[in-house]
Ligand binder design. Structure first.
Ligand code: PBG
Length: 332
C-alpha cells in the first residue's frame, strides 16, 4: 500500500470504545452523588410513613421520619434535599396562611434536618398550591390567578423558610417579579447567604400528575395552570425567563420537567453558563417505575441513563425521586 495514501477508513471512532478503560478515559460526562437533590414529602403527625400510590417507593413522612430519612440519605452520600409539604383539605384556606406558618410541617422539617445534619443542604418549595383551597400556586380572584398579591404571600413564605434554616429557596410558582421581591426580603431580613434556585422555565405539564397526588393537590385543583406555567411549545421564552430571574437575583435556575425538555437545559446552559438544574418530575419517575414493574425495561439502567442525560445536556445537577437509589448504585 502506498503510505502517502489515506487509509480507509481515515478515522475509526470505534478505537476509543474498544474496552472499559479506554471508554472511561474518553468519557465526557459523569453523574456524581453530589449532583443529586433528593425530594421528600412531609406531612403532619408522628411516626407516620405512607406510600404515594402513583409513585412506587415514595413516602409521605412525618417530621421525625424525615429526619431519619435524611440520616439515611447522608450515609449514602446525598448532600442536598428538597422539602415538599403534603396537606389535606383541612389545611387549605383561601388566604393560604399555612404557607408562612413557622410551625407548618415543611418549616419544622427544615429546622429538624438542619439541627441534626447541619451540612445537609436543604431546599424548599415556594408556591401556594399546597395551602390553597383551589390548588393553584397563586391567589384566585374572579377566576383569575392574581400576580402581585401572590408575590407578597410568596415573600412571607420564603422568609419563613429562611428563618427555619433553609439554604436554598425554590420558587416554583411562576409569578412575575417574585425572584426580585424574595431577594430583597432576604437581604433586608439578614439572610444574604440564602440562595434562590428559581424554577425559571417551568412548563404547564401533564407530567406533574403523580406529584399532585403526592401533595394532595389533585382533588383540590380547579382548572389548569396555563396562565402562569409555560407553553410546552416555547423555547425562546425560557431564555427570557432565565435572563430575567438571574437579573432579579436568582443564584441557580431550574428547567422542569426534565427529560422532555433537555433541549431547554442545553440552551439555558449555553446562553448563561449559570448553575442549571433539571427536575426529573413525578411523571418521568412513574413511567420508568411502571415500565420496570412490567418487566419491559431494566429500571436501574434506565434510571442511570436518564440521570446521565441531564449532565450531558449541560445540567449541573438533578432533582430526582431516584436520588437515593442512584446514590446506592454509585456507592457500590
Ligand atoms: C407546584 C409544584 C408542582 C411540582 C412541584 N411543585 C406541580 C404543579 O405545578 O402543579 C411537580 C413536581 C413533580 O411532578 O414531581 N408548585
Amino acid at each position: 500500500m502506498n503510505p502517502l495514501q489515506a487509509p480507509f477508513p481515515a478515522t475509526r471512532l470505534r478505537r476509543t470504545r474498544q474496552n472499559p478503560a479506554i471508554r472511561a478515559l474518553v468519557r465526557e460526562n459523569e453523574l456524581h452523588v453530589g449532583d443529586l437533590i433528593w425530594p421528600v414529602f412531609v406531612r403532619e403527625g408522628e411516626n407516620v410513613e405512607e406510600p404515594v400510590p402513583s409513585m412506587p417507593g415514595v413516602l409521605r413522612r412525618s417530621v421525625d421520619r424525615i429526619v431519619e430519612a435524611a440520616r439515611e440519605a447522608a450515609d449514602l452520600g446525598i448532600r442536598s434535599m428538597c422539602i415538599f409539604p403534603y396537606t389535606g383539605m383541612e389545611a387549605r384556606t383561601e388566604d393560604c396562611a399555612g404557607a408562612w406558618d413557622p410551625k407548618n410541617p415543611a418549616n419544622r422539617a427544615i429546622a429538624a434536618i438542619k439541627q441534626t445534619l447541619p451540612d445537609m443542604v436543604v431546599m424548599t418549595d415556594v408556591a401556594l398550591d399546597t395551602y390553597n383551597i383551589n390548588g393553584h400556586d397563586g391567589f384566585v380572584e374572579d377566576g383569575r390567578i392574581v400576580n402581585d398579591r401572590t408575590v407578597e404571600a410568596l415573600v412571607k413564605m420564603a422568609l419563613s423558610q429562611a428563618e427555619a434554616g433553609a439554604d436554598i429557596i425554590g420558587p416554583s410558582d411562576m409569578m412575575d417579579g417574585r425572584i426580585g421581591a424574595i431577594r430583597n426580603a432576604l437581604e433586608a431580613g439578614g439572610h444574604q447567604d440564602v440562595m434562590i434556585l428559581s424554577y425559571a422555565a417551568k412548563y404547564a405539564s401533564a407530567y406533574y400528575g403523580p406529584f399532585r397526588d403526592a401533595v394532595g393537590a389533585s382533588a383540590a385543583l380547579s382548572g389548569d395552570k396555563k396562565t402562569y406555567q409555560m407553553d410546552p411549545a416555547n423555547s425562546d421564552e425560557a431564555l427570557r425567563l432565565v435572563a430575567r430571574d438571574l437579573a432579579e437575583g436568582a443564584d441557580m435556575v431550574m428547567v422542569k420537567p426534565g427529560q422532555p425538555y433537555l433541549d431547554i437545559c442545553r440552551r439555558v446552559k449555553d446562553a448563561f453558563g449559570a448553575p442549571t438544574f433539571a427536575y426529573q418530575v413525578s411523571g418521568e419517575f412513574a413511567m420508568i417505575k411502571a415500565a420496570a414493574q412490567q418487566g419491559w425495561i431494566d429500571e436501574k439502567r434506565v434510571m442511570m441513563e436518564s440521570l446521565l442525560g441531564f449532565k450531558r445536556a449541560g445540567c449541573d445537577g438533578v432533582l430526582s425521586y431516584f436520588a437515593l437509589d442512584a446514590a446506592r448504585l454509585l456507592q457500590s
